[in-house]
Design a protein around this ligand. Structure first.
Ligand code: MTE
Length: 323
C-alpha cells in the first residue's frame, strides 16, 4: 500500500519510529512541567507529569497497514471535528467536551452472539496488542486528513463474543446523554447516533477499534474513550464514543441514512465516481495542506486508496445503487 501512496511529500517524521517521538514528546512535557515548577510550585509539576503519563498509549507501528503520507497536525486533528452531540460547528466539540465523563466506560456487545458480554476500558486495553496505523480519512463533506490512530482490528473484539450464523450486520451505538451532550437538543439527527457495517466489513483487518491517536488516549472530541475507524468509507461511518455493538440479521438503520436516505447510503464507500446529490465527490481538500477555498484540490481515490485491500468485499455490486 505504501508504494501505491499518491503523496510525494514525505517528511523525516513520517519514517522515524513513532516511539522516538512519543518519548521525545513525553520528555518535553516533563521538561516543560519541571520548568514551570519553579514558579508554580511542586504540586503543579506532579499534576502535569501524572497527566502526561496518564494520557500516553503505547503501541507498535503497523507499517503494512499505514500510508506514507504527511500526517495532519495534532492541532487540526483535535480541533476540526464533527461530533454533533457536542454541536454542529467544527470548533464546537473541542469547546463543549470539557465536562464529558469518559471514565469509567462500558461497552456492551450483544445480539446474535453466543457469548454476549460487557467490556470495560481495562478489558479493551488488554484485549489485543495496540497498533499505530496511519490512515487516510475522507469526510463526505469533501475534506480529508491523515491520522495516526491507535487501536487494533475490531475483529479481535467480535471474535470474543462468537457471532452466530444468522448475524449478517453489526450496529454501533454511540452514547446519548442529554446531561453531558448539548447537541442532543438538535433535531438534525435521530439520537443515539447509530452506524452499521456488514459483518464481513466489520471483520476486515483494516476496520479499527480505536482507543487513541498520536500516541495518546483519544481526546474527547475525537470520540473518547472508544470509537470505530473505517478508512475506506466516509468519516460518518466511524462512530464515536460507542456504548453498544449489536450483531443483527437485517441492515441497521443508521442515523445519516434516516436523516436523508437519498443523500447518505448505508455503504458510504468513498467513491469519486458517485457524487453526492448536492456536490461532486471527485476531489478533496487535505486539511492543513490544500490551502484556501479556491485553491487546488487533490483527486479522491477509489475506496479512499484502499481498493486493493477491500475491493473484493464489493465484487459484482453496483456501487451506484449501493452507495
Ligand atoms: N460519531 C458520533 N457519535 N457523532 C458524530 O457526529 N460524526 C462523524 C464521525 N463519527 C460523528 C461521529 C463524522 S461526520 C466524521 S467526519 C467523523 O466522526 C469525524 O471524526 P474526527 O472528528 O475524529 O475527525
Amino acid at each position: 500500500m505504501t508504494k501505491k501512496s499518491n503523496s510525494s511529500l514525505i517528511l523525516p517524521s513520517e519514517i522515524t519510529p513513532q516511539h522516538f517521538f512519543e518519548n521525545r514528546r513525553n520528555l518535553m512535557k516533563v521538561a516543560a512541567a519541571s520548568t514551570l515548577s519553579a514558579s508554580m510550585g511542586e504540586w503543579f509539576t506532579r499534576d502535569a507529569v501524572a497527566q502526561s503519563v496518564a494520557n500516553k498509549l503505547n503501541s507498535t507501528p503497523n507499517v503494512a497497514l499505514s500510508v506514507l503520507e504527511k500526517k495532519t497536525s495534532y492541532e487540526d486533528v483535535t480541533s476540526y471535528n464533527n461530533f454533533y452531540e457536542f454541536g454542529m460547528d467544527k470548533s464546537d466539540p473541542k469547546q463543549n467536551v470539557k465536562n464529558f465523563q469518559t471514565t469509567p466506560w462500558k461497552i456492551s456487545i450483544e445480539g446474535l452472539v453466543n457469548k454476549p458480554r460487557v467490556f470495560d476500558l481495562a478489558d479493551l486495553l488488554k484485549l489485543a496488542p495496540m497498533e499505530e496505523r496511519i490512515y487516510r480519512m475522507r469526510c463526505v463533506e469533501g475534506w480529508s486528513m491523515v491520522i495516526p490512530w491507535v487501536g487494533y482490528s475490531l475483529s479481535n473484539l467480535i471474535k470474543q463474543v462468537e457471532p452466530q450464523g444468522s448475524a449478517k450486520f453489526v450496529e454501533f451505538v454511540s452514547l446519548a446523554d442529554k446531561k453531558q451532550m448539548p447537541g442532543l437538543g438538535s433535531q438534525v439527527l435521530s439520537w443515539p447516533y447509530v452506524e452499521g457495517l456488514r459483518l464481513d466489513e466489520a471483520m476486515h483487518p483494516l476496520t479499527l477499534l480505536t482507543l487513541g491517536l498520536y500516541g495518546e488516549v483519544l481526546p474527547k472530541q475525537n470520540g473518547a474513550p472508544v470509537r470505530l475507524v473505517v478508512p475506506w468509507k466516509y468519516g460518518f461511518k466511524s462512530a464515536k464514543s460507542i456504548v453498544k455493538i449489536r450483531l443483527v440479521e437485517k441492515q441497521p438503520a443508521n442515523s445519516w441514512w434516516l436523516a436523508n436516505p437519498g443523500e447518505y447510503g448505508f455503504y458510504s464507500n468513498v467513491n469519486p465516481e458517485v457524487d453526492h446529490p448536492r456536490w461532486s465527490q471527485a476531489s478533496e481538500r487535505r486539511i492543513g495542506d490544500d490551502k484556501g477555498f479556491f485553491g487546488p484540490k487533490r483527486k479522491t481515490l477509489m475506496l479512499n486508496g484502499y481498493a486493493d485491500q477491500v475491493g473484493s468485499l464489493y465484487a459484482g455490486m453496483d456501487l451506484k445503487k449501493y452507495f
